[in-house]
Structure formats: C-alpha cells, structure tokens
Design a protein around this ligand. Sequence first.
Ligand code: PLP
Ligand code: TYF
Length: 394
Amino acid sequence: MFENLKEQPADKILMLMKMFADDPRERKIDLGVGVYRNAQGVTPVMRAVKSAERTLWEEQTTKSYTGLIGDPAFGDAMIGLVLGNAVPRETVAAAATPGGTGAVRQALELIRMANPQARIWVSDPTWPNHLSILNYLKMETVPYRYFDAETRGVDFTGMMEDLGRAAPGDVVLLHGCCHNPTGANLNMVEWQAVIDLLNQRGLMPMIDIAYQGFGDGLEEDAAATRLVASSVPECLIAASCSKNFGIYRERTGILMAVAQDAARQPVNQGTLAFLNRQNYSFPPDHGARLVTMILNDDALRAEWTAELEEMRTGMLAIRQQLADELQRLTGSDRFAFLAQHRGMFSRLGTTPEMVDKLRTDYGIYMVGDSRMNIAGLNAQTVPILARAIVDAGI
Ligand code: PLP
Ligand code: TYF
C-alpha cells in the first residue's frame, strides 16, 4: 500500500527554517517563520504563562478527559477576549481546537458539511495553509484581489469588485487583523463596506484571527471581528492563542460559530463537538487551561497584557526604525508602508530573484513572496537590512 504514496509538497515557510539553520554564516538574519522573537532573538515563555503553569503544576489534581469541546470555561474566556459584548453569549457556540489551524480546519469541515456548494473566497495572497487545507478538502477556492503591489496597501476597489461576483451562500475568508502575509489591513470604514456587501449578497464571513494584540492593541485588533459578528446573520471565527500567549507548541485555539438566532446555538454547539470527535476527540487542554487561568485572574491578566503590549510596541518601533532608515538611505518615502503595516509581517513587494539575492549575498532570509517577520529584527539588525535592501537595488 505504501508504494501508492507520493511525495507531498513541503511547506515553504518551514523549509526556509531548515535552510536558515543550515547556513553557517554568523551574521545571518531570520525573517522567515512567523514566530515572535525579542531583541535577543528569543521566543520567551511569557511571564503570566510561567506563573499560571507553576500554579497549575501545584494545584492540578487530574489529567482525566475534559469534554469534546474542551473546558467550557476556556470557551467563555475566549469569547470574552475576541467578541467582548458584541453579540449575546447565548448565540455563540464554541469548541477548543488544536491551535488556530485546527479551528480553520474544523470551520472548513463545518462549511463543507452545511453547504458543499459553497465557494470559499480567499484574499490574494493569504496564509498558505488556508490554501493547502482547502485544496486537501477539495473545496472550491476563489481568490479576491487584496494586496496593491504599487502602494503595498489593500487594493480595496479590487477586493470589492471581486467579492461583488460572489454568489449567495459563498464564504469569504477574512483575516481579523494583522494580515498574513502582507501586513496590509482594512480600516474600519472599509470593514463596514465589506459587511454591507456581505449582507447585500448573502455571503458568510469566516474570520481567522491569529494575532490579536500584535497590531494596534487587544481591543483595537478585535474591533473588526466584533463589528462583523454583530452585523451579519451568522459567521465563523477561528482564533489562535499561539502568538498572543506565546504557546505555539501547546496547540491552543478555538472555533466559534455565531448565529443570529439563539435557537440555532445548540445544534451549532453539537456540530462543533461532533467534528472534534471525528478528528481527534478531545482537544489539547494544557494551553487552553493556562489561557483560561490568565484571562480569569486580574493579576495574571494584567501581567499578560503588559508583556503583550511590550511585544507589540517593540514591533512597532522596529517598523518605524526600518522605515526611517530606508527614508534616510533612499531619500524617498517608498518604504513608508512598513510603518503603516500591522502585525508581525510586512510584504516588501519585491521579486523572488531579489529575495534569493538577499539570502545568498547578505544572509537575510525572508519568505519567497518577500514576506518579512518584523520580530526577527532588532535595533542592530535594522540598519543592516536597510543597507542590504538599498545595495541589492530593491
Ligand atoms: N491563521 C493565520 C493567518 C496564521 O498566521 C496562523 C499562524 O500561526 C494561524 C492561523 C494558526 O496558528 P496556530 O495553528 O499555530 O495556532
Ligand atoms: O505564517 C507563519 O509563518 C506562521 C507559522 O505550516 C506557520 O503562521 C507557518 C507554516 C505553517 C504553520 C505555521
């Protein structure tokens, strides 16, 4: 049987991680995989996470199974974090999943179950795993214009034109904040226009929010998701705790199904539990429990929020420094978009050949589409990158 298997395409981002590790040069710079790093290049265990783990280690008396949707307290805490008071609690069904990726996968399975005809509209570009999972599930995917190669902002006119061709029942996959891989985001006026279009055309939004707290702040980054959830008849939200709690390997995420009518909530809830059972039965608990402890304890929550703010403002400072340095070197505002982008990523907007050149000649690793992980930089490496960008002729 195994002879029927064939080699599967590798994940380009993960491939880049290996190339970087194998590069013997000392002054190499890793702007590849989307993992937060501090100025020392370390992805730290956050202080509140450490405290919660200590308490959990001391106080946890069992590791018996939870429930198919995980501990409901995690659902409550995360609904609060992501949705605030935007919708009545009784309209929301939620289930813990293995990471945000698990939530994306379960959301797509739910869509396929409920409406096999639905086409999934995805931003061009989007996170490669979206496309990979959609392809694996054999769901029809349609790209909508998103990135304006000229301004490096959102091609909003193109986006609206494309979504204007979606059919009732189609699903529009949107990044709640901090778009991966471009860093370009809609403003709130544009979000409202998208919502109006969704409602006019009978489209269902599916929001992937993996970087809440990495852009303009915890509340600000959730604002679009909350506006969507409170303005459409129904939506799906896949949220990840990997980045904002720094618990990548714990695999902590949640899928929420928001219905307008609370009467639909029980069946939605049952469906999420059913989907978990088919795929892995109980979702991982450790990370979800830490998140619940942090969000439900005033002191831990304050500690977590403060550290997340340090991370966020640190990334903003790097953005500004890089934009300023490039302004100084080029005498133009061509790179001002770097300070306007939000989240961990910015798409530089150069060719794959230039990306190769930066890697071979300067030891600077970014994803082939010229996505840079801003958190891979620090005050010392920003001038090195800026100089390389200019010297390479970008
Ligand atoms: N969605 C997007 C857009 C992402 O960038 C990520 C990245 O990590 C995820 C979802 C899910 O991440 P994880 O499965 O590690 O929680
Ligand atoms: O986009 C990124 O770099 C992160 C991390 O298969 C990641 O989202 C990358 C590839 C992958 C899973 C996660």
